[in-house]
Ligand binder design. Structure first.
Ligand SMILES: [Zn+2]
Length: 254
């Protein structure tokens, strides 16, 4: 397969055969960030371009900040899998996927180097500019697939991205005492928590029962917005951070 002109001017191009057309009427209005979860960046790049893998993403950002584009932004890359956000399930059709090289939790999760994060920020800003993506639609893979995915994980510096104008984020409320809710609890406060998570966009039933799904979604929320402690327990810091996040939402354009 021949190359293409990159959407991102400073990116190298290595075309992946793993893509299709976006669903009719869908344009990218989300940005999904991942980690690669493989031994090396080269192994991940090879895998994303291997026709047998049936996975891809638009971009991969290596540890040294090198950016490689594998799928054109107009095409549908195969990075999100079974996902959900704000009523939408075909996240691949409405998103741009960026894989960030990191071995991940199963192999040896490490901090993301500054030079890599600087490249991620520059790439995200350019993508946001090209597609007018709203801050709250820049999400982790774990946000849209909480039961299956944990990437890019709690070491990913969302606060740094936010300070550079990428994403929607508020400083987490410090962890302290107070009431908390955990697996097995039920009642109005659990229902209120589920409502807030669903309002933000997470796929969660509002049934008033703190069940396994609720625990998983709370953990996904923490991984992105309260990374100091990811335990799936809705403590006051978690609930108050979620509160502040919702309050900080700009009125949605419809
Ligand atoms: Zn992922």
């Amino acid at each position: 397969m021949s190359g293409f002109v990159p959407d991102q001017p400073d990116a190298n191009v290595r075309p992946s055969p793993n893509f299709g057309a976006r669903q009719e009427g869908f344009e990218p209005d989300m940005l999904i960030l991942h980690y690669t979860g493989m031994e090396t960046g080269m192994a991940a790049e090879d895998w994303l371009c291997d026709p047998t893998s049936q996975v891809s993403s638009h971009y991969i950002v290596h540890e040294d900040g090198r950016v490689v584009q594998m799928v054109r932004e107009s095409d549908r890359a195969w990075h999100a899998g079974k996902s959900f956000w704000r009523g939408t399930t075909d996240i691949n059709s409405c998103s741009i996927g960026v894989e960030i090289v990191n071995p991940g939790h199963e192999i040896g999760y490490v901090d993301f180097p500054d030079v890599q994060i600087a490249a991620v920020i520059a790439l995200c800003k350019a993508i946001i500019g090209r597609h007018n993506i709203r801050p709250e639609r820049i999400l982790a893979h774990s946000d849209v697939a909480p039961g299956r995915k944990v990437d890019p994980g709690e070491r990913f510096p969302w606060g740094k991205l936010s300070a550079a104008g990428v994403g929607h984020f508020v400083a987490a409320v410090p962890i302290g005492g107070g009431r908390f809710f955990a697996n097995g609890d039920c009642g109005k406060p659990v229902e209120a928590l589920q409502s807030m998570l669903a309002l933000y966009g997470y796929g969660i039933a509002i049934n008033g029962a703190f069940d396994a799904v609720t625990q998983t979604v709370v953990a996904a929320f923490q991984r992105h917005f309260r990374p100091e402690l990811v335990d799936g327990v809705a403590d006051m810091s978690t609930i108050e951070t979620l509160h502040r996040l919702l309050k900080a939402l700009q009125p949605a354009s419809s």
